[in-house]
Design a protein around this ligand. Structure first.
Ligand SMILES: [Zn+2]
Length: 183
């Protein structure tokens, strides 16, 4: 089996009146803000959970509980950096991230590039390793009624020191099978 792992992250934060929100590490000026114990960066929380999931390291609530005072208004970019350090310590690195932001208002379409570049910067990735999509709530449900913003992320990880030998092993096995030596 090739050493690759997939993880999924999902998060929702309540929208309140405000002047700006942090999303994907980018400050978006708007008439809302996001409520939460930390800085409420719903997208970075989803990315963090996707990485933890793929590396089988638990979830953001276990590592950074909202009952701990130090986590109040904590910078989510700092949390994500720490988590990726943990993930790399266990031998895994990111292949790519695919993210979706769900928001009726504000609209994130024209912020997608800034968010993509910021997440790539936080994780020291090439920009093409990160993809950002933005969807509205079609004016229904908690997203559509502008009560919340949600985000999802899928992360693919690989184990670089194990990938090449495993791949060569699989190619060799396939060659043996092709030559008819297998029973
Ligand atoms: Zn969150």
């Amino acid at each position: 089996m090739l050493p690759i792992r997939i993880g999924i992250g999902h998060d929702t934060h309540r929208l309140t009146e405000g002047v700006a929100m942090l999303l994907g590490g980018v400050r978006i000026p708007c008439e809302f803000s996001l409520a939460g114990h930390s800085d409420a960066d719903v997208l970075l929380h989803a990315v963090t959970d996707a990485l933890l999931g793929a590396a089988s390291l638990g979830d953001i609530g276990e590592l950074y509980p909202d009952t701990v005072p130090e986590n109040k208004e904590r910078d989510s970019a700092e949390i994500l950096t720490e988590v990726y350090r943990l993930v790399r310590k266990s031998g895994w690195i990111i292949v790519n991230l695919d993210c979706i932001i769900f928001a009726q208002n504000p609209k994130f379409g024209h912020h997608k590039l800034d968010i993509k570049l910021r997440i790539a910067e936080i994780l020291d990735l090439a920009s093409e390793q990160v993809n950002i999509k933005a969807k509205t709530g079609e004016k229904v449900g908690h997203i559509g009624r502008c009560e919340a913003v949600a985000a999802q992320c899928v992360a693919l990880l690989t184990h670089p020191t194990e990938f090449r030998p495993r791949l060569l092993e699989m190619i060799a096995q396939a060659d043996v099978a092709k030559s008819g030596d297998l029973p």
